[in-house]
Ligand binder design. Structure first.
Ligand SMILES: C[S@@+](CC[C@H](N)C(=O)[O-])C[C@H]1O[C@@H](n2cnc3c(N)ncnc32)[C@H](O)[C@@H]1O
Length: 273
């Protein structure tokens, strides 16, 4: 699976990708939990790289908070779409550039350029060769300033195995299932493009040789993973919803909740080893 296939996938239905993080309380949980950790660890101001930023949800949210942002993505149509949304949100003065390219080569950005670096919602999961994932992470770290926070989220392997059970049981007897289970690699079926799905330790290992101090591993959907219907129903009951959200934030860094989460976030700071 090439970059062209990823571009084709993300060009097909940009509106769908734009709505991904807002379409229902379940999907919004990924966004709100990510924003919670961004708000906690971002410096008060500065220049942020939103790498693999797609149609620009986080770019716009951070620009609205007063940050300067560079949006970087592989898919040209995403950047064109993002530009419209950025103008509609009237934050174009905060968005310093929209840059087209792949995470494996950030050479247009000098070392130590950004006050924070984001790579959210799984762009690294779309890089299928391990060595290229290592290169992408080393690039993200290289362009971050000393002490800058990095936020990288990927798609979880265990949650994906559970969704095979609940949503695509016919795939369990196909060769793709043991391949996904044993390697995390998925060649693309059931309406999704090829991906590498992560165990938490795979994600942490990508940073092992980097000058990065880990702060958190977070299960962005945590205990709610694979319970979309139930969570969306709960959101209609404000009191229960409030308590469940409290429970989510109390448990989302527990290793079990991280391991089973649909999306897993790594938070770290660039520091000399
Ligand atoms: C699921 S979307 C996430 C978008 C956004 N970060 C969010 O969380 O809403 C994945 C994005 O990664 C981008 N992407 C995939 N492979 C990439 C690569 N090698 N370099 C840069 N971007 C990439 C895709 O074009 C797509 O916009």
């Amino acid at each position: 699976m090439s970059s062209e296939a990823v571009i084709e996938f993300y060009t097909q239905d940009i509106e769908h990708e734009w709505k991904r993080l807002s379409k229902d309380p379940y999907h919004k949980l990924e966004f709100d939990t990510t924003m919670h950790f961004l708000n906690k660890y971002l410096p008060k101001k500065g220049l942020i790289l939103d790498a693999g930023g797609g149609p620009g949800r986080y770019t716009i949210a951070l620009a609205q908070l007063g940050y300067e942002v560079v949006l970087f993505d592989l898919t040209p149509a995403n950047l064109q779409f993002a530009l419209k949304k950025i103008k509609r949100a009237k934050v174009q003065d905060q968005v310093r550039a929209l840059e087209l390219g792949s995470l494996v080569d950030l050479s247009r950005f000098p070392d130590n350029s950004f006050d924070a670096v984001l790579c959210l919602g799984g762009p690294i999961s779309h890089i299928l060769k391990h060595q290229e994932r290592v290169k992408a992470v080393s690039e993200l770290v290289r362009v971050a300033k000393q002490n800058a926070p990095l936020f990288v989220s990927v798609i979880g392997r265990l949650a994906t195995l559970i969704s095979e059970l609940t949503l695509f049981p016919h795939e369990i007897s196909l060769p793709l299932f043991p391949r996904l289970r044993d390697s995390g690699d998925y060649d693309g079926m059931s309406g999704f493009t090829a991906c590498h799905f992560f165990l938490p330790e795979d994600l942490e290992a990508l940073f092992a040789d980097q000058p990065i101090q880990k702060v958190h591993m977070v299960g962005l959907e945590g205990l709610s993973s694979n319970h979309r219907r139930e969570l969306n129903k709960l959101a209609r009951f404000p009191e229960r919803w409030k308590i469940w959200l409290e429970t989510h934030f109390l448990t989302c860094t527990h290793p079990a909740a991280v391991g089973m989460s649909a999306h897993i976030l790594f938070v770290g700071h660039k520091r000399p080893k």
